[in-house]
Design a protein around this ligand. Structure first.
Ligand code: UD1
Length: 416
């Protein structure tokens, strides 16, 4: 088990380049199941979740290999439709294979997905939507059994704009004859990215990024070369890290529009933020004021995946901040660890109240999940003295070479 050893108090300064978005790559990898040809995914960071999805594809019969940082996939030879518990349970994204497997092979047997412990994460919207589109779905002995049928509806209305369910249905409908519509679809940039990838392979998907997605089914998809969008959560993590350490950074390939609410919040803390041809720049003042309150919401609202990091930021802002978690039911598991660093944080059900302190102090802490772990790293960077962040395998799920990138920005952090 790895750990980060941080000597805090150094300002983040300099330039950084974002990796491709984890939440784009995972559904895109599932989408490769639909493709009867070779796919080359460019500059793929080796997130542990990506490696887990590659293992799943290989087990289904796909050929997967790395060519330096590019990932080559040939799913034309996929002939298995079963994903066992050992392969499915390490990642949430294993459930994304359901739609593509049903579309390509007409059947699937997939064990329940896993993922970070951030509360109950049901998959009822995925399953009920596939049923509405004509699939027979049975849940038994820890597995989801699916079979494609003929007499499905032409549309589904999601009761909640679930990111994963939108992606699963979009992939299933790609090879379904006729027109399928998804109403109340999720609008996250990663959904647009998945649609762009599938369209580049020959799919006909319109409206991704709005709440109505229309898919005209095609007979087959062929291979392509694709570069996924930069990771907006990594972007937010660096922006917050620079703010907390009173630094000055430039994020070379940031897409400002993907982080609009965060940028507004950081400006209200006193940070100066602007974009030019070199990238997105942030410079942080000597004293940060509280951003007031923030509530997580579906895109374009404030992302739940940046909630722990903004709670860490609130710990070093003047005054009191309120953070409402509206997307996941229990996403404050990391707070106990933040207290060890001196944070004044209280939470009850979905609300967290933070009273800013002048200083945090280094301590030995344990990551509890991916983004909670990132928040602890940021708090460690902003603390006086030494912090050890244990259990960083959670962080490896969605950050690649994090210590190297932070070191280049002037942090004193080592992976042990
Ligand atoms: C995706 C992201 C995750 C992010 C989340 C919300 C990936 C790989 N992961 O996760 O990083 O935090 O979006 O932006 O893209 N829900 C149900 N039933 C369902 C599906 C979801 O009740 O069938 C609920 C969930 O429990 C949760 C909420 O809907 O409370 C949001 O989940 P969803 O949008 O599906 O998130 P994921 O796709 O799991």
């Amino acid at each position: 088990m790895g750990k980060f050893f941080i000597n805090g108090g150094k300002a983040l300064q300099g330039e950084v380049v974002l990796d491709c978005a984890k939440n784009s790559l995972l559904p895109i990898l599932a989408g490769c199941i639909l493709v009867d040809g070779k796919v080359k995914l460019l500059s793929v960071p080796k997130y542990s979740d990506v490696i887990a999805m590659c293992d799943i594809l290989e087990n289904l019969g796909a050929k997967v290999c790395w060519l330096a940082d590019d990932l080559l996939l040939d799913c034309s030879c996929i002939d298995k439709s079963v994903i066992c518990h050992e392969l499915a349970s390490p990642v949430r994204s294993s459930v994304f294979t359901l739609g593509p497997l049903l579309a390509r092979l007409g059947k699937a047997k997939v064990a329940y997905p896993g993922g970070c412990d951030i509360g109950l994460r049901p998959i009822d919207i995925h399953l009920s939507s596939l049923k509405q589109l004509g699939c027979k779905i049975i849940e038994k002995n820890g597995y989801i059994y699916g079979e494609k049928g003929d007499n499905g509806n032409q549309s589904v209305v999601l009761k909640f704009a679930s990111v994963g369910a939108t992606e699963n249905i979009m992939m299933f409908a790609t090879l379904l004859p006729g027109k399928t519509q998804i109403f109340n679809a999720a609008k996250e940039p990663e959904i647009v990215d998945l649609a762009c990838f599938l369209n580049k392979c020959g799919a006909c998907i319109k409206g991704a990024g709005s709440d109505v997605i229309t898919i005209d089914g095609v007979q087959s998809l062929s291979g392509c070369e694709y570069l996924a969008i930069p990771d907006r959560i990594e972007c937010g993590t660096f922006l917050i890290g620079a703010a907390m350490t009173h630094g000055q950074i430039c994020i070379k390939n940031a897409i400002e529009k993907h982080n609009e609410v965060l940028i507004e919040k950081l400006k209200s803390c006193g940070c100066k933020i602007f974009s030019d041809q070199n990238g997105l720049h942030l410079s942080s003042p000597k004293t940060l004021e509280s951003f007031g309150d923030v509530e997580t919401a579906v895109y374009p609202g404030f992302p739940t995946d940046l909630q722990p990091q903004i709670v860490a930021l609130a710990c070093v802002c003047n005054g009191c901040s309120l953070i409402f978690e509206n997307v996941f039911e229990s996403r404050f598991n990391y707070v106990g660890e933040l207290l060890k660093l001196g944070g004044d944080v209280k939470f009850k059900s979905s609300v967290c109240i933070v009273r800013g302190r002048k200083k945090l102090y280094g301590a030995d802490v344990f990551a509890t999940d991916l983004r909670g772990g990132a928040a602890l790293v940021l708090a460690g960077l902003a603390s006086e003295g030494y912090t050890t962040v244990n259990k960083i395998e959670y962080i490896d799920r969605g950050y690649y070479n994090l210590a190297e990138k932070l070191t280049k920005l002037g942090a004193d952090i080592k992976r042990l």
